[in-house]
Design a protein around this ligand. Structure first.
Ligand code: PLP
Length: 434
């Protein structure tokens, strides 16, 4: 594929239209494990896991009980003034899971978006530097700071500017930028040169506080940066006193086959942003990082009345129990392999499957025009609605990439059923029946 094909304006529009409207005309009424049931009583296999926020599945009994017990005891006393019991227990447990050596601290938030804003605050306060560097194709959230870091859709910045100053975008090394015949080393070298270009022309490294990366981009299309690129990035950041911040909001909590997606790269971040599945979809997020960085911000520069609330932190404690007791990270690896085998067979059968990527249970399947290899958002939409009719929920990224992210508790039987539905939709598309 030629350079930048996926970053064209038209595709941003396709993404905005296809992905930001409500996909299906249903009201979700209940959920259990890897299924949801609508208000009319029809049950669907959930291949979206509520945007990867329910890795432990819907309404897991252990988590429901923890929420009920905590709600009966204390729903809220603002963590801005007093510590609460579940949060006090959760903090060291979560800090111990972070792939950061030395003393680790954290700060609670209510969403991935506000935690990314917090990351900016901590990075600026600690370094005393203004600039933040982020990558094209990224999605970091919808608050002003996190949205400024993002660039997955043009509609994110239309009508609402000016955005946050001093945020610089550099190209994400995604495989669609690879030139014909270019090997991995040459690709990494070229992309790293492109990364360095602002630093060599107008951006003094000593004025940059942090570089933030999704080690595997989610909304950008489930694309993994080459390991060598992330390692070079980490080395450059360290050499220049720039903090390396990783956004694990979507790809953390076992999604990619590791606890945190940065663990695929053998580098240590300074700051990590988590959310979504942290409390199985209850509103809880956190910035986790080296203690001295987290201690650099003056109170009350990052305080929200409900952040770190007792019910959400109790839900997170129970979520970590389930992750450990049911070995959901191992399950992500095992079932991801099964999914990978399935999509490899489908790719061999159907020329409109241009490519697919699967990291743990974190998958992206490109639907293209078989003649030209160009993205085919229309065929993708047809597939999505046919799969929906057959009884599974799947959505697209960037218009033509099927996003395959079921809850990690999905059973092998449910996976097989979902594969049957996908295969049927693929075969109908191939036969011109859709
Ligand atoms: N970061 C990433 C990588 C995400 O995928 C998202 C949400 O999709 C966010 C941050 C924002 O999280 P939230 O929607 O909880 O604010």
């Amino acid at each position: 594929m030629s350079e930048n094909k996926r970053l064209l304006d038209d595709e941003s529009k396709a993404f905005s239209k296809a992905s930001r409207v409500k996909y299906f005309n249903i009201v979700v009424d209940s959920g259990k494990g890897a299924t949801i049931t609508d208000a009319d009583g029809k049950t669907y296999i959930d291949l979206l896991a509520s945007a990867s926020s329910t890795n432990t599945g819907h309404s897991h009994p252990h988590i429901v009980k923890a929420i009920q017990d905590q709600a009966a005891k204390l729903i809220q006393y603002t963590p801005a003034y007093f510590a609460n019991n579940p949060a006090v227990k959760l903090a060291p447990r979560l800090a111990a899971l972070a792939p950061i050596s030395g003393p680790v601290e954290l700060s609670w938030g209510n969403s991935g978006s506000d935690a990314n804003d917090a990351m900016i605050k901590f990075a600026r306060a600690y370094t005393g530097r203004p600039y933040i560097v982020s990558f094209t194709g990224a999605y970091h959230g919808s608050t002003f700071g996190s949205l400024t870091l993002s660039s997955v859709s043009l509609n994110m910045s239309r009508k609402i500017g000016p955005l946050l100053p001093d945020v610089v975008k550099v190209p994400y090394p995604d495989p669609w930028q690879r030139l014909d015949g270019e090997d991995e080393d040459a690709f990494v070298d070229r992309m790293f040169k492109a990364f360095l270009q602002p630093f060599e022309t107008y951006l003094p490294a000593e004025e940059v506080a942090a570089v933030v990366i999704e080690p595997i981009q989610g909304d950008g299309g489930i694309v993994k940066a080459p390991t060598a690129f992330v390692q070079k990035l980490a080395a450059f950041a360290k050499k220049n006193g720039i903090l390396l911040a990783v956004d694990e909001v979507n790809q953390g909590m076992g999604r990619s086959g590791k606890w945190w997606s940065i663990e695929h790269f053998d580098v240590e971040p300074d700051l990590m942003v988590v959310g979504k599945s942290l409390a199985s979809g209850m509103p809880l997020s956190a910035v986790i990082g080296r203690k001295e960085i987290l201690e650099s911000l003056n109170a009350p520069a990052n305080v929200f009345t409900t952040a770190g609330n007792p019910v959400t932190t109790a839900a997170a404690m129970a979520t970590l129990d389930v992750m450990e007791d049911e070995d959901l990270v191992g399950r992500s690896v095992k079932l991801g392999k099964k999914a990978s085998d399935f999509f490899a067979k489908e790719k061999a059968k159907y020329p409109f499957i241009g490519d697919f990527r699967m990291y743990g249970l974190d998958g992206g399947i490109d639907i293209v025009d078989p003649e030209t290899g160009e993205p085919d958002p229309e065929a993708t939409t047809k597939l999505i609605y046919r799969v929906f009719e057959l009884g599974a929920i799947i959505i697209s990224l960037r218009g033509n990439i099927l996003r395959f992210q079921p809850p990690l508790v999905i059973t092998e039987e449910q996976l097989d059923q979902a594969f049957g539905m996908l295969d049927q939709a693929f075969s109908e598309l191939a036969a011109g029946k859709l």
